[in-house]
Design a protein. Structure first.
Length: 239
């Protein structure tokens, strides 16, 4: 990991653990996720302190191996414009996250993002996901496909060589998307609902922990969050 990636990983770990060294500037983000994981549809992690059980290698294991591809619709961090920036998070929540401890994750910043945008997104991501990770890495890649309509969604990392998510709309009573409302998305205070789209494939193909799942959980969601939504650190004044 080169020095820039190391600094970003330290920033992400510090913020996710609630140990940001200095006050953050004013920021806001509105972003859409194309998201899929290994859990059955719909992912039980949003309602339970542990993921679904799976049978692998002759034994039962609990895990939630995920791929999340994000695009910022509009946003800023101080004077840094984040509009249009893309990033990808993949990893495994582990078998029990009741204490806010997750297993591992990797944040991949799109090659088109600047160093300032990556640093800003690293700080914000720590508030979107206010949890602790046993291992957290950063990387850069080409998020070359990120498209959706009311029937499908598709995202690829490095042309699909590294990772891919392909979703297809769950058929409801009409031809409009089925949307789950009034469910919180991690640390964010607002979202427009989980658009039900089980995956045709969600895979991470590189590194020491590759995985691939078909027909499991998937959805799209747009969330909104600002620096005013983040509680002031204990022992500090808001004025």
């Amino acid at each position: 990991m080169h020095r820039t990636a190391l600094l970003l990983a330290v920033a992400l770990l510090g913020v996710s653990a609630g140990h940001s060294a200095s006050p953050s500037p004013d920021w806001a983000i509105n972003a859409t996720a194309i998201e899929a994981c290994s859990c059955p549809h719909f992912c039980i992690c949003y309602f339970n302190p542990h993921p679904a059980g799976h049978h692998e290698n002759g034994k039962a294991e609990h895990f939630c191996k995920f791929n999340n591809a994000y695009k910022v619709n509009k946003g800023h961090y101080g004077s840094v414009d984040l509009t249009g920036a893309k990033f990808w998070i993949n990893g495994d929540l582990g078998g029990d996250f009741s204490q806010g401890q997750m297993d591992w994750a990797q944040v991949t910043f799109d090659k088109a993002t600047t160093a300032d945008q990556r640093q800003a997104l690293g700080e914000i991501i720590g508030h979107v996901f206010p949890v602790k990770w046993k291992s957290l890495q950063t990387a850069e890649g080409d998020i070359d496909t990120w498209t959706f309509d009311k029937d499908q969604a598709h995202a690829t990392l490095n042309g699909g060589k590294t990772a891919e998510i392909k979703l297809k709309r769950f058929q409801g009573m009409t031809d409009e998307p089925a949307v789950l409302k009034n469910v919180k998305y991690w640390g964010t205070p607002r979202n427009d609902g989980f658009v039900m789209m089980p995956n045709e494939i969600e895979t991470y193909r590189e590194g020491p922990k590759p995985y691939e799942f078909k027909g499991t959980n998937g959805f799209m969601l747009t969330f909104d969050m600002t620096s005013k939504d983040v509680p002031a650190p204990k022992g500090t004044s808001m004025y």
